[in-house]
Design a binder for this molecule. Structure first.
Ligand SMILES: [Zn+2]
Length: 303
């Protein structure tokens, strides 16, 4: 296998306990703009050609079909969902860590089916173990992830999330929710918190986003992201057993450990995911647990 590029310049992490959001501590729009200016100048504001369509139009399109959503609209939906995520947890104030995760993530995204998207990666200041993706190329991992995983494992997690984007899993889930009428119920039951989110995020998008990230995706989509994610990580030069190693850690995590609650509740059981991967990869994966590794969080402290 070719030598993986070394990305250990900074660290990573992101996650959000959306169900427990305090109404909020950080201006998410500004946070996203700030980090984008820091890590991706030029992406901080939508380019004129991508000027955001009205949110109501986006919801309307989502309720018709995914095919009616072109790439600029997909990116705008993702930007709004990223703001929803950042509204629950701020970014870690560590530019070196954020740069590291962006370099790692962009390298992997270049080997993906959609290398041209404006990929943006961030580490959320949350001790939980989570990762999130939003349409158009927004990927977040939590500080809890960065503190636990090594580089190959992080590459596996990011490749899994990138696959959710390239296969439009969230877009399809949002579309199904918008069509199902669940939106009306969500809006009726939700405390009005729109005033804490700045920018053009409608109550509808906020409700859809929160529902999506607390309920998770289709199990089939998760299996697909595991399978294609392992291939993607390998194509990018990383150990393909990074993701299986993470799943083995999840499998042995105490079910009542609050740090893993959201990940475990929004994904199929880790044991099932491992069994599906074994089928796809054609080998027993047990042998890969317990390998020596240094968590990224610790390596970053040693800088
Ligand atoms: Zn997933």
């Amino acid at each position: 296998m070719k030598q993986p590029a070394r990305f250990l310049l900074a660290g990573v992490a992101c996650a959000a306990s959306l169900l427990m959001l305090p109404a909020h501590a950080q201006d998410p729009g500004r946070a996203l703009g700030g980090i984008l200016r820091q890590i991706a100048p030029g992406l901080a504001t939508p380019q004129p050609a991508q000027r955001a369509p009205a949110t109501n139009d986006l919801i309307e399109m989502l309720s018709q079909s995914v095919d009616s959503i072109d790439e600029p609209r997909e990116i705008e939906i993702g930007r709004q969902l990223a703001s929803v995520l950042l509204g629950s947890k701020p970014l870690v104030r560590d530019p070196a860590l954020q740069r590291y995760v962006n370099r790692l993530g962009r390298w992997i995204s270049l080997q993906s089916a959609r290398p041209h998207l404006p990929w943006t990666f961030g580490v959320l200041d949350d001790p939980g173990f989570n990762a999130f993706a939003a349409p158009g190329g927004y990927i977040f991992v939590t500080k809890g992830v960065v503190d636990l995983v090594d580089e190959a494992e992080l590459a596996g997690i990011i490749a899994h999330e990138i696959t959710h984007v390239t296969e439009k899993h969230h877009l399809k889930a949002l579309s199904a929710k918008a069509r199902s009428g669940v939106l009306t119920q969500l809006l009726a039951s939700q405390v009005r918190t729109n005033n804490v989110v700045t920018g053009a995020i409608s109550q509808q998008m906020l409700a859809l986003g929160r529902d999506l990230y607390s309920s998770g995706l289709d199990q089939g989509d998760e299996f697909e992201s595991d399978r294609l994610g392992v291939h993607l990580a390998a194509r990018a030069g990383f150990d393909p057993y990074g993701l299986p190693a993470v799943l083995q850690q999840l499998r042995t995590a105490a079910p009542d450990n609050p740090l893993f609650t959201l990940t475990l509740s929004t994904h199929p059981p880790a044991q099932t995911r491992l069994e599906r991967l074994e089928l796809a990869m054609g080998s027993r994966l047990d042998a890969y647990s317990g390998k020596p590794s240094v968590a990224i969080g610790r390596r970053m402290q040693q800088r």
